[in-house]
Design a protein around this ligand. Sequence first.
Ligand code: SAJ
Length: 424
Amino acid sequence: NNISVIGLGYIGLPTAAMFASRKKQVIGVDVNQYAVDTINKGEIHIVEPELDIIVHAAVTEGYLKATTTPEEADAFLIAVPTPFKNKAEDDGQIPEPDLTYIQKASEAIAPVLKKGNLVILESTSPVGATEKMAEWLAEARPDLSFPQHIGEDSDIRIAHCPERVLPGHVVRELVENDRVIGGMTNKCSEAAIELYRIFVEGECVKTNSRTAEMAKLTENSCRDVQIAFANELSIICDKLDIDVWELISLANRHPRINILQPGPGVGGHCIAVDPWFIVSKTPEEAKIIHTARQVNDAKPHWVLEKVKIAIADLMQSMPEKTAKDIRISCFGIAFKADIDDLRESPSFEIAKAIAKMHSAPVRIVEPNITELSKDRLENGVLCELHEAIQDTDIAVLLVDHREFKEIKELPSHVKVIDTKGIWS
Ligand code: SAJ
């Protein structure tokens, strides 16, 4: 069996490597020449624990190669991005998913498709995207005559099998997690299950493509709504002078309650994105899901207001000082604990906003990165943890990194704004 994976990013590359590690011939395809060259050297262009070893072995043993143009294969997995056409509500509009990458990938593989091939869409997609992909594939293969394009009569099999792995644990979760297998028809689901069985040890559960699309969006929307509940509680508790973390741990002692943790906002490329795919499709109906997005997106602004109040309070208590005498340090800028990923990070946005408004350089502590160029963060300087703690008036704790949890005490004069409840 030859397997081709289109899109060699955070999902496509580990998936390709998994098939290759089971001694299948895998051709990875990506438009990014740098990614292709890096993989062909047996190296990786993304950060994910253990992946480097697996890719290196797969390439040196000859099971994995990368290229920029698709070649014939038995199965094709599409794992390309599905971004927005417009950014989240910058203009008051609901963000619309942009399926251009899926369309381009479909058009790219269409010329090499053969009878009996399996095409799987793994990218997180709005409901109906797999059917749309089937149309694009059919349009790009005009030599096929009706009814070879659709249903069980189709000469190819099409399914949606969304990925659901947690960044940082991808290698383990790819193997252990259950998979939702949404075929366009029953035969399509069967063919997809046979493929995933090569490395998946979790259960492969059969459904149709629309339900599979909605299942993935539902999982991440559920988490977004639950985090919004925690974030709303944190704002209510702040107003009522109650420690929200103590409150949540008390409430969670109830046998049927399990509240998540508040934070500076919701980051990453999935949880803050996927709910919009539901909202844009059914804006009238998706009320809680829409509101949760707004609550979580508003949290960084609330944190910034807290910092402004802390600066004003300090200046009032020390009239001899001006704003530029006030030392501010931000602890953590990654999108969640113990990773180095700064993309879509509310903590990074908050740190940038603080640095922009403050008249003195702001110290940034991020144990998981070693450099940060000026154009990414103006008026901010990377700093060692202990130096920042000793030399600050306002400490803004933005990520619950392991290193920060180990800090037991801060100098008494430091005003702490703790968005993760580890220094309060
Ligand atoms: N967060 C909180 N409070 C919490 C939990 C998380 O504020 O109690 C924040 C994090 O700090 C982070 C954001 O939410 O900013 C998202 O983090 P996460 O760990 O919840 O999720 P991701 O984005 O790393 O991965 C999610 C996972 N989805 C679910 O857990 C339902 C993963 O399984 C998916 O595969 C992934 O999205 C994806 O690719 O869709």
